[in-house]
Ligand binder design. Sequence first.
Ligand code: ARG
Length: 548
Amino acid sequence: MSSIPALLSSRFQAVTGIDPELRPATKAAFGHYQCNVALRLANEQGRKPRDVAAEIIEAVDVSDIAEPLEIAGPGFINIRVKMDVLATAVTDQLADPHNGIEQEESPDKVIVDYSAPNVAKPMHVGNLRSTIIGDCLVRVLRAGGNEVIPQNHIGDWGTQFGMLVEQILFEGIDATTLTLDTSVELYKRAQVHFREDEAFAEAARLRVVALQSGDPQTRTIWQALIDVSKAGFNRAYARLGVLLTDEDLAGESMYNPMLASVAEDLEQRGIAVVDQGALCVFVPGDETPLIVRKSDGGFGYAATDLAAIRYRLNDLKATRLIYVVGSPQAHHFAQVFAVAKMAGWLPDTVKAEHVGFGSVLGSDGKMFKTRDGKAVTLDTLLDAAEEVAAPDVAMAAVKYADLSNALHKDYVFDLNRMVATTGDTGPYLQYAHARVSQILRRAEADGDIVVDTTATISILAELAEQTLALLLTRFPDTVAEVVASLQPHKLCLYLFELATQLSTFYEQCPVLKSEGEVRASRLVLCRATQKTLAVGLGLLGITAPERM
Ligand code: ARG
């Protein structure tokens, strides 16, 4: 099943040879879609745009989908979809289990690396954004028929564990009785201790060696620390309603046994060289080298990510790699991808993408902090939201605020704006869904039967009905665009437009007060909008309540 805009596009493309850049018409008077490609072609060929447009209209055959094409202004081609085609498209979409979303013919096996909090550290706002955005991308990619393997690359390895384990032994605590919060406190005490007591610092360094060589007591305590943090992460995931489970955990420690061979491989091929004691890769055009192994012999963050690429391609057979990590790590990923390419571990056929994102700011425009100046944790943020709204609505507010901004932009955490049921917010979309559900409930109570599979629209007489129908048929392409661009805000923008048009439709086209064919037709439009809102919100990881 191809969407109307996709069909139109391919027919135009066959004639023009280039992307016809079909756009929704800017005004209803111009029809439904607009193609401006004649202007571009004319410019290239040194001809009159209107002549080129006339030629295109002559050659392109869309008579089964659209009314006769029209040229407007300097050479725009206006397209008006036939009403019966539009009506059928809406009902077909309604009957389709995927709500029209095109299923990939050659699905990708996609790794989405996201969330990735650190053991014995509180989940910070960056982890929160990664979790919400990653969860949305997983849902959208799956909806397009791709196989998705989430990978939660938690920070469960590194020299800080020497210090943590040593502090636990020093205090004589049973590590299994810790919680994520008390282990964070422990971390702080360990840091102070490390700084102020040279003997402790030395013991902590030896403890790192013991951890790496697999000393049983050290490993047991380390494992307890991880379990405690994992329980904390899982509580946060349950609260957020995201898809991550223990199955998706693939922390840094998992790659530890592979690091030596990564280094060896790179060194043998002459890609990595020893520079001032450290094993480095100099990427052409990059001033700072990627450090594989530090001069003290320890492997760093980058080595682990290189090992992860090898594992994800060779063992998991990935065909697309996505990393949802804050923008400050853009350079890290650019380097890791470049080195993996140099080593031949990342062929050009596999797309590796870093989906970066900006920070969350307070109303003062600075990094979001609590009133006592501490960094905001996930829990404080969610608590604040739940103080002003029911849990489902609070979650919708937080998630939508996160997803509806262009990813790279910082955004201000403004609770009052986020939870409002008017404007471009999550609760507004939930409310739109609840309202249309209520209309359908009332109709059913009146004896109307609105069944998805046999539903047909007989008339789309009013402009508000046509515009709503047209918007509904744009849903599949919107999702496809998010699959390609990995930009969830495009779906948010679409859903907001849909909810807004739904309310225009109510104002101009009474549903429950209408009768006969008009009523039946409007009820189908309501049902299709309800479904599209629910599926769309579902892709954002937001619930679609029937009542609010
Ligand atoms: N744990 C890291 C942090 O909190 C993020 C890890 C992201 N994923 C990766 N493969 N490097 O900054």
